[in-house]
Write a protein that binds this ligand. Sequence first.
Ligand SMILES: [Fe+2]
Ligand SMILES: [Fe+2]
Length: 471
Amino acid sequence: MSIDYQETIPNNVNLGEDRRLQRALEKWQPGYLDWWRDSGPEQSSEMDVYLRTAISVEAGGWANYSHVRMPDYRWGIFLAPPEADRKINFGMHKGEPAWQEVPGEYRAELRRLIVTQGDTEPASVEQQRRLGLTCPSLYDLRNLFQVNVEEGRHLWAMVYLLHAYFGRDGREEAEEMLARHSGDPDKPRILGAFNEPTPEWLSFFMFTFFTDRDGKYQLAALAESGLDPLSRTCRFMLTEEAHHMFVGETGVDRIVKRTVELMREHKTDDVRKFGAIDLPTLQKYINFHYSISLDLFGQEISTNAANYFTMGLKGRYRETEIDDDHTLTEDAYEVPEIREGAIVAAQAPALTAINERLRNDYVEDCQRGVDKWNRTIRQAGVDFELKLPHRAFHREIGAFSGAHASPEGRIVDEGDWNSNEGLWLPSIEDKAYVDSLMGAVTTPGKFANWIAPPGKGVYGQPLDFDYVRFN
Ligand SMILES: [Fe+2]
Ligand SMILES: [Fe+2]
């Protein structure tokens, strides 16, 4: 089904046939556009950006690429096509038909899940709003804006569910999405990582690699939901999320590539002299972004997570491909805990360990990216390995939140932590150095000195294409 962009709110949910819902969303829309103007990408209103826009939700060929005036970008409501006779695949309702309406007894839980997911979407746009002023190239600027408009659309996706299925309190929650702001001391975003600033492009690439990847796993778990509209919404969001993680993975890889190039050329580890980001600094940024993203998965032992699973609201990553009974009432799962100053493996009921399992899937996926970066280092003949820190490192939620641990996973005391923090996490000087590299490069085909050009352009366009036009 193709999407009609002549409508006020482009959609594939037959919005025109539900006048009440359409009117409610049209009432929310101006507030959204105000939010985008005030909290979205700075100084983008005069730019034409080579963006992809969804024109259909069918697999393959859903996207159209063209220059779009940023304020004219059309956000819409798109769900993946329905699966005939879809069933609930886990929990106590396993085998029953998927719900097309919200079951009354699970209303509060579903609303909470949707609000928590929805809140992250505008948060990341707010975190990234000043990055356009210091883009390392037009290619990167275009990618930033592509991520931003899609996060905006993800907010639309969650607001649609709130409006369509939760009545008045859903509409109130939709208003609140625009009232909270990233880092606001009075009305912050719900989750910690989404209140951290993303002040420069190294942080942006780390964020899109590590934090957007948390998003992938949350969306994948919600895509298993027994609530069919939620599942379909998340399935379409996942197709867009893949690009955000691509931006992060290739962004860091290009930085690594440039760094090792300069290391070889000048036969030195100290590439700061040559305006690049040294590998130990990259490691510190990995330590930071990975650890705060691990927190997003929540407590290792969680009765909420167990309930969401048993109720059929939020499943596991690729639930249907897992070879077990999908009710987990008898199973155990390994979770870490600290006992007498050491990290040990304990057994917990698998149902309460759902968060930990999702975190494990995430860790594995992160490692795959880090392996790729290490390949780039090795190919340059440089002897250095980037590593994911131990999961106990720098945690604020769960079993490790009460203790300090080194990146290797050794429990350390307060004094040890304080004297090493600047070696393990970006120091004020590191941040100032990275900041000092940032300056807008807006000539087509030119790239900032600290990052290598990408392997190829967007959608077959050359690297020196005018991905952004300034009017
Ligand atoms: Fe998103
Ligand atoms: Fe994203």
